[in-house]
Design a protein around this ligand. Structure first.
Ligand SMILES: [Zn+2]
Length: 78
């Protein structure tokens, strides 16, 4: 029975160590600029973003769909 308890403790420790490793470390995300999609509110990195321009300002979207929605909204407002 003692062996089983040690096995269980070992398993729990293993899970904790593994779980910590899976968390994104601040170093991994450091230096990578993120932009907020104004349509759906998702944060995207410059690499993943679809960039649109509005009055010379660069706006980052998560997808072309959001870019299109943003453009549609502008047209409705105008
Ligand atoms: Zn989006």
């Amino acid at each position: 029975m003692k062996f089983l308890i040690w096995l269980l403790i070992g398993y729990i420790v293993f899970r904790i160590v593994r779980g910590k490793k899976e968390l994104p470390s601040p170093e991994a995300t450091k230096g990578e600029e993120t932009f907020r999609d104004p349509v759906c509110g998702v944060y995207v990195t410059a690499d993943d973003a679809v960039v649109g321009t509005l009055e010379g300002e660069r706006i980052h979207f998560c997808s072309h769909e959001c870019l299109e929605k943003f453009r549609e909204n502008l047209e409705h407002k105008a």
